[in-house]
Design a protein around this ligand. Structure first.
Ligand code: 5AD
Ligand code: SF4
Length: 442
């Protein structure tokens, strides 16, 4: 049996797409290899959001080149956002690559490999003009009780630093009937938790008008009504599209988890304007207040960029003060990375490397201190935990996540997929430790 190996970079949408890539290779009769070295088909599902993933990819492809030299019958495939940004140039840059495709043309890989692989001409990118939802391809699910559900592809925002609209195209929403049919299928398969995915997940539905009159809050309610689905998450929402019906649905639906990942990017209104985020610091803070009023005990996480072109010390102080004011439960922090073809890449006042690095360090420090304080507040409480498996650090413990999306390592006897009550006994800035409460006899 021929075997494949998929290496995934980047976001959860890519993790979702990789499950589809695996599914369609399995449809062709290939099995999964434990490592790249054992694989006949090597797939790289790439990311281009910052320079770092690009660099990491180059190292991985260096290894693929060596493997291919050793056995030229190996197929090297490159998909995802970096591939889409480079298109045919992939073959110039990495001449040993056999097939390349973007996030909207994953099926091209199946057609290419299915038709005999090496018999085919190389150097043409993707399938053609049409973009297709990866969600409609076969799937190899990595997790038995949790699943990603793609609700839209592409993004209509014009954030000046971001390459995503260029590589993933304009936003297209999946029809509600198709999304619900998938969620129902997953529930029948024993899935307890779904994460609705979109580049701008909460603007879902707008492009379906006037054909279908709906919005993201309504979708949350419809998914909540599916029997067997105990937890609903969604990522990533844009603050500008976080309207009242979505907040109301979050508060009303028992399955929607008490967590919002709400990328702020900067605490300075002046920088936000240059980023074209279309909200100010004040509007973001007012959204945070409305969310916290509607959903008691809400966990809030965010994404922050430091060193955006023209960011002054005073702007950066505004970011630090916003972090102190909101008190996020966690944050992904990034150094601004110029991406060719974006508006910000050609702004004249790029911030020097050492300033960007030093600001990141200060920001991470504040984020971690506050996250540790927020997690410590959970000590003594009982949290509902979805059991995911054995702890990665201590095999005697189980691992799971709370509704607020924190990983918990705990003493207990729950089965994978079970929801169990766990008393929290200790905390770090990113994880909790605890003990499962004994079942109370009825
Ligand atoms: N440089 C640094 N960070 C970026 N992000 C997006 N584009 C860039 C860039 N050019 C970050 C944003 C986004 C997250 C997925 O990646 O914070 O929310
Ligand atoms: Fe990376 Fe963005 Fe593509 Fe996700 S959508 S893989 S974060 S570039």
């Amino acid at each position: 049996m021929k075997r494949y190996h998929v290496t995934t970079f980047g976001c959860q949408m890519n993790a979702h797409d990789s499950e589809r890539i695996k599914g369609l290779l399995e449809d062709l009769g290939l099995g999964e290899a434990a490592s790249q070295d054992d694989a006949d088909v090597l797939v790289f599902n790439t990311c281009t959001i910052r320079e770092k993933p690009d660099t990491r990819l180059a190292a991985y492809l260096g290894n693929a080149k060596v493997l291919k030299e050793r056995d030229p019958s190996r197929i090297v495939a490159v998909g995802g956002c970096y591939a889409e940004a480079q298109r045919e140039r992939i073959f110039d840059r990495y001449p040993f690559v056999d097939v390349a495709f973007g996030p909207g043309s994953i099926a091209h890989l199946q057609d290419w490999v299915g038709a005999g692989g090496h018999g085919l001409p190389r150097g043409r990118f993707g399938t053609g003009e049409t973009r297709a939802f990866a969600a409609e391809l076969p799937q190899h699910r990595e997790r038995s009780t949790q699943a990603w559900v793609q609700v839209s592809m592409g993004c209509n925002s014009v954030c000046s630093y971001c390459i995503v609209p260029k590589v993933r195209g304009r936003e297209v929403s999946r029809r509600p009937g198709e999304i619900l049919a998938e969620v129902e299928r997953l529930a029948r398969d024993g899935v307890k938790e779904v994460t609705l995915l979109g580049q701008n997940v909460n603007s879902w539905g707008r492009d379906l008008l006037p054909d279908v009159r709906t919005e993201f809050g309504e979708l949350l309610r419809a998914v909540d009504a599916v029997e067997g689905i105990e937890r609903i998450r969604f990522t990533s929402p844009h603050p500008k599209d976080f309207r009242a019906p979505v907040i109301e649905a979050m508060a009303a639906c028992a399955s929607v988890c008490e967590h919002a990942h709400l990328p702020v990017q900067s605490g300075s209104s002046r920088v936000l304007k240059r980023m074209r985020r279309t909200y100010s610091r004040e509007r973001y803070l007012s959204l945070v207040s409305r969310l916290r009023e509607a959903i008691p005990d809400l966990a809030l996480t965010t994404d922050i960029i430091v060193g955006f072109p023209g960011e002054t010390e005073a702007d950066f102080d505004q970011t630090l003060s916003l972090v102190e004011e909101v008190r996020f439960d966690g944050a992904f922090t990034f150094i601004y990375s110029p991406r060719a073809g974006t508006e910000a890449a050609s702004m004249p006042d790029q911030v020097p490397d050492e300033v960007r690095g030093e600001r990141l360090e200060r920001l991470v420090h504040a984020v971690q201190r506050i996250a540790a304080e927020r997690q410590a507040e959970r000590i003594g409480r009982v949290e509902e935990v979805l059991v995911e498996g054995r702890s990665r650090t201590d095999a005697a413990l189980l691992r799971g996540r709370t509704r607020r999306n924190t990983t918990v390592n705990f003493n207990g006897a729950g089965a994978v997929g079970e929801l169990v009550p766990v008393r929290v006994e200790a905390a770090t800035s990113t994880t909790l430790r605890g003990t499962q409460l004994a079942a109370v006899a009825a």
